[in-house]
Design a protein around this ligand. Structure first.
Ligand SMILES: Cc1cc2nc3c(=O)[nH]c(=O)nc-3n(C[C@H](O)[C@H](O)[C@H](O)COP(=O)(O)O)c2cc1C
Ligand code: SF4
Ligand code: SF4
Length: 271
């Protein structure tokens, strides 16, 4: 059998998914006897331009395929694009990053999508990343301990199809996680968007990093499309000028910060 080209393929608005995916892929490329020599290749599909065309792998590839968890699932805005990524018999390692609450059915959903599209999943993992909504929930994660675990995980991966990897999650997959207010009423944050304070100096970084391409390039306060609350513009703005004012969003953020203070640990699946 030919050597496998190792890839890290990821969607990562605030960088935690990228950090883990690249680390696993680099380690896999470095230590796996079936890996082709040289560093892992990267395919970052965070920005809309990268998702303009489908992607085709072959059985000579092995792909660490990583997405963040949104509402306990694979981000729904990615579903159409993911169906344009064809495995062609490639091996895949589905990986999800979640913000210390739970990954619910995101990992099993990602595994199923990859299997359906011609990948053979051989291992899988759920890691924890600083929550997109918060600076204190899982702050700084993945941290050194997570990175050491990711490295150990990569070193144990067997690049051989032995049937779909078994992961935690329910199948049929459950609905999207829905935040609720103190009266148990569903908080609908779908239309919420970050605002821009007068600290803004019009550097336009936010427009360049928005994965939906939704911030107008000539006016950072203006939206040209949907907002998925990914946190990229808020966390990357050098002036700290992006913020939320929506009561429901802020209530949900604070509740998450208050409830999920325990340290969730990564879960690794090998067979
Ligand atoms: C819209 C949205 C929904 C989210 N839902 C969940 C969730 O259900 N459970 C959870 O633990 N984290 C959730 N998160 C947090 C992200 O999964 C987490 O912060 C992840 O590390 C972000 O990845 P990135 O840094 O690659 O953008 C959500 C984030 C966003 C933006
Ligand atoms: S990144 Fe911040 S400072 Fe730059 S344009 Fe956007 S809001 Fe303004
Ligand atoms: S506008 Fe919304 S989708 Fe775009 S970067 Fe900001 S939070 Fe993410």
């Amino acid at each position: 059998m030919s050597e496998k080209k190792i890839w890290a393929m990821y969607f990562s608005p605030t960088g935690t998914t990228e950090k883990i995916a690249v680390h696993i892929a680099d380690e896999l490329a470095a230590v796996n006897p079936k890996a082709a020599k040289g560093p892992a290749k990267r395919f970052d599909f965070t920005l809309p331009g990268a998702r303009a065309e489908g992607k085709q792998f072959t059985e000579d590839d092995a792909v660490v395929f990583a997405v963040p968890v949104y509402a306990g699932r694979v981000p729904n805005v990615l579903l159409k694009y993911l169906d344009t990524v064809q495995g062609g018999g490639a091996l895949a390692i589905p990986v999800v990053l979640y913000g210390n609450r739970n990954y619910d059915d995101a990992l099993i959903e990602l595994r199923n999508i990859l299997e359906k599209n011609g990948f053979h999943t051989v291992a899988a993992a759920a890691f924890i990343g600083e929550h997109s909504f918060s600076k204190i929930l899982a702050a700084g994660r993945p941290d050194d301990k997570d990175m050491a675990l990711a490295k150990a995980f990569a070193s144990k991966i067997v690049l051989e199809d032995r049937g779909p990897i078994q992961v935690r999650g329910e199948d049929p997959i459950r609905g999207y996680y829905q935040p609720r207010d103190r009266n148990g009423v569903f908080i609908d944050i779908r239309k919420v968007k970050p605002l821009t304070s007068d600290q803004c100096d019009h550097c336009m970084l936010c427009a360049r990093v928005c994965p939906m391409g939704s911030i107008a390039f000539d006016n950072p306060e203006s939206f040209t499309g949907i907002c998925i609350k990914c946190g990229a513009c808020v966390k990357k703005c050098p002036k700290g000028a992006k913020y939320y004012e929506d009561e429901g969003y802020l209530y949900h953020k604070q509740e998450l910060e208050e409830i999920y203070t325990r340290r969730a640990e990564p879960e690794l699946f090998f067979e």
